[in-house]
Design a protein around this ligand. Sequence first.
Ligand SMILES: *Cc1c(COP(=O)(O)O)cnc(C)c1O
Length: 400
Amino acid sequence: MTVPVSSPEPQGADQAPEDLCGGRLTIDRDAIAANWAYLGGRLTAGTECAATIKADAYGTGAAGTAKRLAEAGCKTFFVALPAEGVEVRKVLPDAVIYILGGLFPGCAETYASANLRPMIGSAPELAEWSAFCKAHGQALETGLHVDTGMNRLGFRPDEFSSLLRDRDLTGPITASLLITHLACGSDPDHPANRRQLEIFRGATDPFKHIPRSMANSAGVFLGPEYHFDLARPGISLYGGKAIDTQPNPMRPVAMIEARVMQVRTVPSGETVGYGCTETAKERPRRVAMVAAGYADGLHRRASSSDERPGGFAWASGHRLPLIGRISMDMLALDITNTPEGLIERGSFVEMLGPNVAASDLAAYAETIDYEYLTGLGRRYHRRYQALPDADPAAHAAVLA
Ligand SMILES: *Cc1c(COP(=O)(O)O)cnc(C)c1O
């Protein structure tokens, strides 16, 4: 009998014991399901709430997250790559699965046998898929992507209209969903939103019998005009912040707790870490060395220096600022202001979770929470269970 060395979801015997890992990553699938239900509640009556689960469901584990969402009632799923679709199909035999990346060359047979619907956005893809469907003798269900100004994927509106008029090209397929994607949805006041909405309406109004979808997470919050027949949120399911300028109503779903390896005193005037970038100014510092670094997705750009404060962690009611550069396997936290003995060798500190929002960390690293969540790395001991509630002191500390 062969034992798999790795599975999509390392758990129990499949992964290194927690004692041997630098930290643990806890994923709360019930919170993901609760976020999905919350978004569904914000949608116009009759709009289906689907789920975008690309990039391993934003780092939460695509197979398990897809199963939990299906249990909650989700019927339609979006992934980026055909390989991701094949994985999800193994656990959800009946779900509708769209491949946002479209039809990959030479892969039509795989799409058909795994019942994956390509989101087609170019004439060569449509030609290959139509020819396959013809040969297959079946008008397979297909998504069509209209580009309304993002210039990433999709048919340009005039191209789209002429294609759908041309029955020779579209006859052998069944168009089951028309989508477009917002370029600036996170900024509700951006004029591109309304411009894209109008272009999408103009291009697709003649095909009202085909369901339409515009809203990612941000689109859900932009209001009913953006909802159409189906919404396909991603980041909000995973607790991320969809709208830059509004408080985030979503529940956090992931927590990283990293292990303290040692606590040391850095004398006044000495520096911490690579590059000697941060000095213990004016007084000695107590510093906790933590066993997680940029190889674990804690971006080096969030390092602290004499010039610029860095990210932070949280432990027992205390906000702990980084001191010095984040290394590959470790980072340093300034714990001078915590009571003696509160944080010691073997303690765990929260690097992400109910008290340390991914969007806050991301801001220090000049990136977005999407990149944080999808880049969490593979060295954590993973577990799937409920997260604790946020510490009321954490919110106050962030504002201070
Ligand atoms: C990633 C993606 C989504 C989900 O976007 P979020 O901002 O994470 O909600 C929806 N549609 C398309 C085309 C995407 O690429």
